[in-house]
Design a protein around this ligand. Structure first.
Ligand SMILES: Nc1ncnc2c1ncn2[C@@H]1O[C@H](COP(=O)(O)OP(=O)(O)OP(=O)(O)O)[C@@H](O)[C@H]1O
Ligand SMILES: [Mg+2]
Length: 225
């Protein structure tokens, strides 16, 4: 079997609130194979976002480890870890998380700028990515001038900027009306297939989950099945 692109071992996450530890995750083991589509489902508060953020190195586990492309995040310097995340991972959030002062094109260019890509190539790729998500006429729009669906398509284009092996999406359609949600979902699935990138998606929608290769059910910080 090929090595997983992301591998979580004995993952625990506790938050300290008023001197007591609240366990958001209690020992999760999960490997994501290259190109695999995994849906993460479970009741509110069961630890889905916590798990996704740990897999993406956005937060640090209390115990256990996360390997990305066979590198242990905890063993890398902050710079190396950031570099690995930038190369390997793309994030899509429920609330878009775009920079409000940057245009659509500038938002998509940003991860490439941080990765040191030359200006000409960066601009060409940003335009191509935004065109691929149907936003060729909105390149200069600010997030405040776009609909939710348009903002999420910018966020998807941005997530793809550095050709990540893994797309991590936390309820990417959660803030969208049902028609737009379906369009964004189709787009993510198509991109995952065409780019052969793994897709790890937190979702509340049973229809979305059934499209995945595998459904991971979380309950009270543990994988139920
Ligand atoms: N930054 C934080 N500080 C303290 N507690 C937190 C923090 N983030 C999450 N938690 C707690 O950890 C648990 C899991 O939260 P998490 O956000 O992972 O749930 P979720 O499954 O994504 O829920 P939802 O479906 O509502 O998004 C919850 O009890 C939550 O209150
Ligand atoms: Mg959540």
């Amino acid at each position: 079997m090929t090595d997983p692109v992301v591998m979580a071992t004995d993952l625990e996450k506790a938050y300290r609130i008023n001197g007591t530890s609240i366990y958001a995750l209690r020992g999760v083991n999960l490997g994501i194979a290259p190109g695999e589509f995994v849906a993460i489902v479970g009741p509110s508060g069961c630890g889905k976002s916590t798990l996704l953020n740990l897999l993406g190195g956005l937060t640090v586990p209390t115990k256990g480890r996360v390997m990305i492309d066979s590198s242990d995040l905890a063993h890398l310097s902050a710079d190396r870890a950031a570099d690995l995340r930038r190369r390997m991972l793309g994030f899509v959030f429920q609330s878009f998380n775009l920079s409000s002062v940057l245009t659509a094109q500038e938002n998509v260019e940003l991860p490439m700028l941080l990765a040191g890509m030359a200006s000409k190539e960066r601009v060409a790729r940003a335009v191509a990515l935004l065109s691929a998500v149907g936003l060729e006429d909105q390149l200069d729009y600010l997030p405040g001038e776009m609909s939710g669906g348009q903002k999420q398509r910018v966020a998807i284009a941005r997530a793809l900027a550095n050709r990540p092996a893994v797309l991590l999406a936390d309820e990417p359609t959660g803030n969208l009306d049902s028609t737009t949600a379906r369009e964004v979902m189709e787009m993510l699935v198509r991109i995952h297939r065409e780019n052969k990138s793994a897709l790890v998606m937190v979702t509340h929608d049973p229809d979305d989950a059934t499209r995945a290769d595998r459904i991971v059910r979380l309950r009270d910080g543990r994988i139920e099945s």
